[in-house]
Structure formats: structure tokens, C-alpha cells
Design a protein. Structure first.
Length: 204
């Protein structure tokens, strides 16, 4: 939580322009790595992971030092990688820019999980988009702390083919996400259902 900073004795800072020292506070660490040309690069991912390693406080380590607060990185959709992975599963992806990916956190209970997945898939079809299929997200359980492991959800990705105008697709994905969360809650199995990120793939 942010908190006010107390300046050392004898040190004073005066308000100037839009700056007001009363707005100063400390907070958890934050870092940015950006490719100014906008191109996808594994090097950028490596540098982002290095920032996470150096921001120990951002991990909020406590009595279980292997369990953090969910710090992570946001990257572009790796189209070529997904294309290879889904091809091995017999699923064909459209061109980059013509599909979306939902990062889903689902119930550990098999019956509830199937209901959650069916609800989300049905809502995708309700919005006239096409379900390509689900993918299990690989997890290295060895690095997950005992506290996190006790409540760790099942993680899957849902791939959706764009069947509408490109400009409206992002908005449609947003509506699918909101409608799915609301419907799962109404039906009583939304407590451990969450779509963390739902976005369209970038242009080729």
C-alpha cells in the first residue's frame, strides 16, 4: 500500500507547477521494458523476467517465500508459437489478427470446470464468434509455493476465431468476458472462475 514519505530533518520541498510534495509516496516496485519499434522479441521477454527477479518486494514474500502476489509480464500474443502448439493438437489457427485468446482461471473441481468452460464457449457462439478450442497452460508445479499450490486454479486458454468486423472484435471479446463472469455467478459456479485477459491477436 502507498504511504506518505517523511523527508529527512532539514530537507524541504516546495510545490511547483503541477508538482505537490504532499502527493509523494512509496509503493511496490515497477519496471518497464519496451521495444520502441513495436516488434515482438524474446530478448524483451528475458529483460522483463529479469526485472521481476530484481523486484523481490513486488513478490510480497512472506512466511512462504515461494508464494508471491501474482506479479507478471504482459506480452504480445505469440502467434507463431501458438500456431505450432495448436497444430500438434490438430487445431488450425486463423491468420494473426483474426482470432482472440482468453486466459482462463477455472475451478479445480472437474464438474464445475466443465460447466464454466461450456458457459464461456456457449457465450462465444451467442456473440456469433467461432470456438477454435481449448489449450492447457503448462505449469511447473515445482516452483509454486505451498500456499499458492493449495488454491491454484486450473489454467486454460480459449482460442476464438473472429467472425465479425475487426474494429468490433475487441469490443465483442470484452462483452463475452463480462457476460460469462456474470452468468457463471448467477448459476452458482462463478466463485472460482475468472478470465484474466482476453484479447485479439495482433496483425501479422
Amino acid at each position: 500500500m502507498p504511504h506518505s514519505v517523511r523527508l529527512p530533518p532539514g530537507v524541504s520541498v516546495r510545490a511547483q507547477g503541477l508538482y505537490d510534495p504532499r502527493d509523494e509516496h512509496d509503493a511496490c516496485g515497477l519496471g518497464f521494458v519496451v521495444d520502441l519499434k513495436g516488434g515482438p522479441s524474446h530478448r524483451t521477454v528475458e529483460m522483463g523476467l529479469e526485472i521481476l527477479r530484481r523486484l523481490a518486494h513486488r513478490g510480497a514474500a512472506g512466511c512462504d517465500p515461494c508464494t508471491g502476489d501474482g506479479a507478471g509480464i504482459l506480452v504480445q500474443i505469440p502467434h507463431k508459437y501458438f500456431e505450432r502448439v495448436l497444430d500438434r493438437e490438430g487445431k488450425e489457427l486463423p491468420l494473426a489478427g483474426d482470432y482472440g485468446v482468453a486466459q482462463c482461471f477455472l475451478s479445480r473441481d472437474e464438474a464445475k470446470r466443465q460447466l464454466q468452460m461450456k458457459t464461456l464457449s456457449d457465450i462465444v457462439r451467442y456473440h456469433n464468434q467461432k470456438v477454435i478450442g481449448w489449450r492447457d497452460v503448462p505449469v511447473d508445479i515445482r516452483v509454486v509455493g505451498p500456499m499458492a499450490r493449495a488454491s491454484m486454479p486450473v489454467m486454460k486458454q480459449l482460442f476464438i476465431a473472429r467472425m465479425s468486423d475487426k474494429k468490433a472484435f475487441e469490443r465483442t471479446l470484452f462483452m463475452i468476458r463480462k457476460r460469462a463472469g456474470k452468468l457463471c455467478s448467477q448459476k452458482g459456479y462463478g466463485g472460482d472462475f475468472y478470465v484474466g485477459h482476453f484479447t485479439a491477436s495482433g496483425e501479422p
